[in-house]
Design a protein around this ligand. Structure first.
Ligand code: NAD
Length: 249
């Protein structure tokens, strides 16, 4: 019996990076995977690869979020795991003195409001089942801040962390575990894009990572699979750092 055998998992941002690696890992561990992404080609390709379903959805739209869980439930009869992972990097200069209100709001919308919507609409399924595991992607910057000026991003991830703690505590007696995943810098398109604009930033970041390298998405996916599984049955409301030691340095 595999660890996630026949669990139904909905992953947002499954077309790329951490979401894609997790879709592959979940499928390897026996889950039925519903891949959600705004980007149709990459999301559909991911679903095809893992033998799952693709739902094109914008996680900032409440109608889309309702529809994606309904689709998963209609197809497979439960929603056991929600990996609320879709997110965007901050605009070019995300210092508090430069970030405009529109850019700030956009980052909160995609990174934080989306997680609120996903939790709000998946919890009723899990409540009904009396069990479920929710993993929300925050970031190491939510725990320690960022010297590279990412105010809207850091604030959005801090919100994800606080919301996960609150929900983990609130729903613990109902068998629903809610945890915040806090990756360190991961070698994905999101990070590559950021560093392409500012190569020195990559070097500055690298020196602060005790293990001396960026994470691969598969290393983050391994942690998500653990949190999703019964191996993590006593873990809820946690900030789960997978950061190569960066927050401890
Ligand atoms: P990525 O850019 O490789 O993948 C993000 C995916 O989310 C893309 O497929 C994109 O199409 C999708 N997406 C974006 N907006 C969406 C929306 N509104 N609706 C639906 N899908 C949408 O990024 P990644 O590096 O894999 O990041 C995944 C998560 O991990 C993000 O929340 C990010 O903030 C977080 N994170 C990343 C790092 C890192 O270094 N890469 C570190 C810490 C946290």
């Amino acid at each position: 019996m595999q660890r996630l055998q026949d669990r139904v998992a909905v992953i947002t941002g499954a077309g790329s990076g951490i979401g894609l690696a997790t879709a592959r890992r979940f499928a390897e561990e026996g889950a039925k995977v519903v891949c959600v992404d705004l980007d149709e080609p990459s999301g559909a390709k991911a679903a095809d690869e893992v033998g799952g379903l693709f739902v094109k959805a914008d996680v900032t739209s409440e109608d889309d979020v309702v529809r994606m869980y309904q689709t998963a439930f209609d197809a497979y009869g439960s929603v056991d795991i929600a990996f609320n992972n879709a997110g965007i990097s901050p605009p070019d200069d995300d210092s508090i003195l430069e970030t405009g209100l529109d850019a700030w709001r956009r980052v909160q919308e995609v990174n934080l409001t989306s997680v609120y919507l996903c939790c709000k609409h998946v919890i009723p399924y899990m409540r009904h089942q009396g069990k479920g595991s929710i993993i929300n992607t925050a970031s190491f910057v939510a725990v320690m801040g960022s010297a590279t000026s990412q105010i809207s991003y850091t604030a959005s991830k801090g919100g994800v962390l606080a919301m996960s703690r609150e929900l983990g505590v609130q729903f613990a007696r109902e068998g629903i575990r809610v945890n915040a995943l806090c990756p360190g810098p991961v070698n994905t398109p999101l990070l590559q894009e950021l560093f392409a604009k500012d190569p020195e930033r990559a070097q500055r970041r690298l020196v602060h990572i005790p293990v001396g390298r960026f994470a691969e998405a598969t290393e983050i996916a391994a942690a998500v699979a653990f949190l999703a599984s019964d191996d993590a049955s006593f873990i809820t409301g946690a900030e789960f750092l997978v950061d190569g030691g960066i927050s401890g340095a």
